[in-house]
Design a protein around this ligand. Structure first.
Ligand code: THU
Length: 136
């Protein structure tokens, strides 16, 4: 799937954003290696720390559907400036994605810049904490 096509899915997902506190709407479209696309939007909460970003929404939806193999994510924001993923979202994505995973980061006009996970998350937190489980 092309970057503009994936961005279109992200822009559509942005319409579902629940952002009554910031007014800043974000949509994400996550392309999995099986070719499927899982979308997400930001979901805010009156207890601000409970807010979920669009990227994390998409990743959690995907993992809950048995998908863990990701290729790239498009991010579309309601602001004029290109939207970059926050640190928590970078960390969550790095749990599942390799360094060549791509971020397609766009503004409200569809202008975008691309980065790899290696570029946006150098020296992330990794360890050998993972335990052998049936599905881990
Ligand atoms: N937000 C995202 O959805 N993704 C990010 O990577 C950064 C921030 C949302 C959270 C909140 O609803 C709004 O943008 C303002 O911070």
């Amino acid at each position: 799937m092309s970057d503009p096509e994936l961005l279109k899915r992200a822009a559509e997902a942005k319409e579902m954003a629940y952002a009554p506190y910031s007014g800043y709407r974000v949509g994400a479209a996550l392309l999995c290696n099986d070719g499927s696309v899982v979308t997400g939007c930001n979901v805010e909460n009156i207890s601000f720390g409970a807010t979920i970003c669009a990227e994390r929404c998409a990743v959690v939806k995907a993992v809950s559907e048995g998908k863990r193999d990701f290729k790239k994510i498009a991010i579309s924001v309601s602001g004029d400036e290109i939207g970059f993923p926050c640190g928590i979202c970078r960390q969550l994505i790095s749990e599942f994605a390799k360094g060549d995973f791509e971020f397609v980061c766009a503004n409200n006009k569809g202008e975008f810049k691309k980065f790899t996970l290696s570029q946006l998350m150098p020296h992330g937190f990794y360890s050998n904490l993972k335990k052998e489980t049936n599905n881990g």
